[in-house]
Design a protein around this ligand. Structure first.
Ligand SMILES: [Ca+2]
Ligand SMILES: [Ca+2]
Ligand SMILES: [Ca+2]
Ligand SMILES: [Ca+2]
Ligand SMILES: [Zn+2]
Length: 689
């Protein structure tokens, strides 16, 4: 890595003061550093150990440096007559030659009186200014003494985040709880290991230093302008015990939404991020040209399998109209098609803020994930609804799209599913598509009821109606009912006895709207529930419900937005494959997303997902699950060399104590957040399935 002694002697002979005292004139040759300084004599270059191209190989170990690398330092020589620039570097610096290779000497072309020189820091300095770059253009010579400084993000246990194989994550704790150290001694650990701090190795003596933190979006985090910052923390002070140790900042917590970003008491310690954002730390030293930076990503690329690998829920948000658009229907929320769509998209944006904790996104809120749709017509018939009684014998008479079907004769003793199968067979024989679903038995029912969804040959909804002058069914014990959606009096909600089957009106809505694809989850936006006892209801496949992967949310649930996180709570039942709530069987922890009845628009509001819940979501609905609701997301491309760097580096890349001996007693404590002692009236109620 270092230059041979004979070459170093040669370079020393070439050393000359930079022509900084020269009179500025258009023709005066000028060396301009990437950060704007002209003719500097000293500069900082960052050690390029991050992984800007996300290929699993530290950029400093790649030659040529990847095009996405933003740690290359571009110097510009201006006002040079002709010819070429001879560049020689020493110490932990390399120069990029015309082929892109990182070398110690290069001749670079001059075009129109200018040349660009690109430097990369590949090894951290041991002493101040122990690296250099020499540039010779004709009779002009420059020498810049360089310190290669290393900027690193540390986890809560002070272990480095090596960007090519590690990442940072959105906090799962209440933002201003005691697991975020307000002031941290140099060697202090954070009880929450997901808190991060900056470490800067710069051997130059000095009494104070600071860094900037920035987060910015990427196409994978649905930001159209990646150059715009999402959030920043300016001038975060650092300290070190002596110049033989790196500088360290206090702890910073990565948060997913505005409320957390403004958490009282820790405003200077929160940085807002989204899944697959970039988090950058920037370091400069006064009086010296240049800047050292490093980037880490929020979550790992989706090609990986670990707990941080990015995943996308295949979600669809359907905002319903009160009736078909062709009949003058208008959306049930928002008042206009555009406003309704906007509401649907905002639900996706909010869910992304919450599920970022698990490395999960619902997709691009501005994409086609949200739609405004017509309610289904009466396209389903139910047998033995609610009670599940056996048939006593009779006839079912039905019209499909106005055409009378032959009477279906039921036999005494048929179960609802037998009647449904017979009806389906009769309809299929006439060219319709009929799908039979059996509903779980209600608590008080005799046995499961059954539904028949009737589509035409092309798979479109049909309209079912009774035959005029006839009863729909003369079988008085089992009975038959048409499944009608009527929003004028709200949607009948289920109670604890029939929650697994859902009410007939709920099934009339959900079964036609949920497509056959069991790997999607639909969120269905309605006006209200009839009795107003709840604001969202999930239908969870795992508890035996025949309706898979869907949930209803009403206007109140929508209006609660970032207070109840209703959309995320109901989806949580589906993704966790779990109908009950943690507080049904354990202590009340109202800050948890899956708490049954919490609602609070503060940092203590119900939106935290535990590590165990995130793991369960991945095991139940990860890409290797039997019918997964989540896909790999933002896969990226790994370098074939990546496996060689799976444990890199073997030794720290600059002098730093190993992670173990610096514990200060605050070992891996999983602290319990303080219970917010709010009056009950502050809590709204969110009932769920
Ligand atoms: Ca790389
Ligand atoms: Ca880089
Ligand atoms: Ca970078
Ligand atoms: Ca109704
Ligand atoms: Zn619930």
């Amino acid at each position: 890595m270092r230059l041979a002694p004979c070459l170093a002697v040669l370079l020393a002979g070439l050393t000359r003061l930079a022509p900084s005292a020269a009179q500025p004139s258009p023709s005066a040759p000028t060396l301009r550093w990437s950060t704007g300084e002209t003719n500097p004599t000293r500069a900082l270059v960052g050690l390029d150990d991050d992984d800007d191209d996300d290929d699993g190989v530290p950029d400093s170990q790649q030659s040529p440096a990847p095009p996405a690398d933003d740690d290359r330092v571009a110097l510009t020589l201006e006002g040079i007559p002709t010819g070429a620039v001879a560049v020689t570097v020493s110490g932990g610096l390399r120069v990029r030659d015309p082929s892109g290779a990182l070398v110690e000497r290069a001749n670079l072309p001059v075009r129109r009186g200018a040349a660009t020189v690109e430097l990369v820091g590949v090894a951290a300095s041991e002493r101040p200014d122990d690296a250099s770059v020499e540039l010779v253009a004709g009779a002009q010579r420059w020498r810049v003494a360089v310190t290669v400084a290393a900027v690193t993000v540390l986890h809560g246990d002070n272990a480095p985040v090596y960007a090519h194989r590690d990442a940072v994550m959105i906090s799962r704790q209440v933002t201003n709880d005691e697991t975020l150290p307000r002031r941290a001694a140099w060697g202090e650990r954070s009880p929450d290991l997901e808190n991060v701090r900056a470490e800067v190795w710069d051997p130059t003596p000095g009494a104070e230093a600071s860094v900037r933190w920035e987060s910015s979006g990427t196409p994978a985090s649905f930001v159209s302008d990646p150059t715009a910052l999402r959030a920043r923390l300016a001038e975060v002070a650092m300290a070190r015990p002596d110049a033989a140790a790196p500088w360290r900042s206090g702890y910073v917590r990565l948060v997913g939404d505005e409320v957390d970003q403004r958490a009282p008491g820790v405003e200077a310690q929160t940085l807002r991020v989204a899944l697959r954002d970039r988090v950058r730390v920037r370091y400069r030293r006064a009086g010296v040209a240049g800047e050292a930076t490093t980037d880490v990503r929020v979550g790992r690329p989706g090609r990986e399998d670990g707990p941080m690998a990015a995943r996308m829920v295949r979600a669809r948000v359907l905002v319903l109209r009160d009736r078909a658009q062709s009949s003058g229907g208008v959306p049930l929320v928002g008042g206009s098609e555009a406003a309704a769509l906007d509401i649907g998209r905002r639900q996706v944006a909010i869910a992304n803020e919450v599920y970022g904790q698990c490395g999960v996104t619902w997709g691009d809120p501005s994409g086609d994930v949200a739609r405004v749709v017509d309610p289904p017509p009466t396209t389903m018939i139910a047998f033995g609804d609610d009670h599940g009684a056996l048939a006593s014998g009779g006839e079912v008479r039905l019209r499909v799209n106005g055409v009378a079907m032959p009477p279906l004769v039921t036999r005494a003793g048929w179960r609802p599913v037998d009647t449904a199968m017979a009806m389906a067979a009769m309809l299929q024989a006439r060219g319709y598509r009929a799908r039979v679903t059996s509903n779980p038995r209600t608590t008080y029912g005799a046995r499961p009821s059954a539904d028949v969804l009737v589509l035409d040959r092309a798979g479109r909804w049909t309209t079912l109606s009774p035959v005029p002058g006839s009863a729909l069914s003369t079988d008085l014990r089992q009975g038959a009912e048409l499944a009608v959606v009527d929003f004028s009096d709200g949607v009948d909600e289920f109670n604890n006895q029939n929650s697994t089957s859902g009410t007939l009106e709920e099934r009339a809505l959900i079964k036609p709207l949920i497509d056959d694809d069991v790997t999607t989850m639909e969120m269905i936006v309605i006006n209200r529930f009839s009795r107003g006892t709840r604001i969202g209801e999930a239908f969870v496949r795992g508890d035996g419900g025949s309706i898979g992967n869907g949930f209803l949310i009403d206007r109140a649930g929508i209006a609660a937005e970032r207070e109840a996180w209703t959309q995320s709570h109901e989806a949580g039942h589906i993704l966790l494959d779990q109908p009950w709530h943690p507080d049904n069987m354990g202590p009340d922890r109202p800050w948890l997303l899956m708490d049954a009845d919490a609602s609070l628009g503060t940092v203590a509001g119900p939106k935290r997902i535990s590590t165990e819940e995130c793991a369960r979501i991945r095991s139940r609905n990860g890409p290797d699950a039997p019918s997964p609701l989540m896909q790999r997301y933002d896969l990226g491309a790994a370098s074939p060399d990546a496996p060689r760097y799976s444990a890199w580096p073997a030794q720290p890349r600059y002098p730093r104590p190993s992670a173990s001996p610096e514990a200060t007693g605050a070992s891996a404590v999983t602290a319990t957040p303080a219970v917010t002692d709010a009056p009950a009236s502050q809590y709204g109620v969110r009932w769920g399935g």
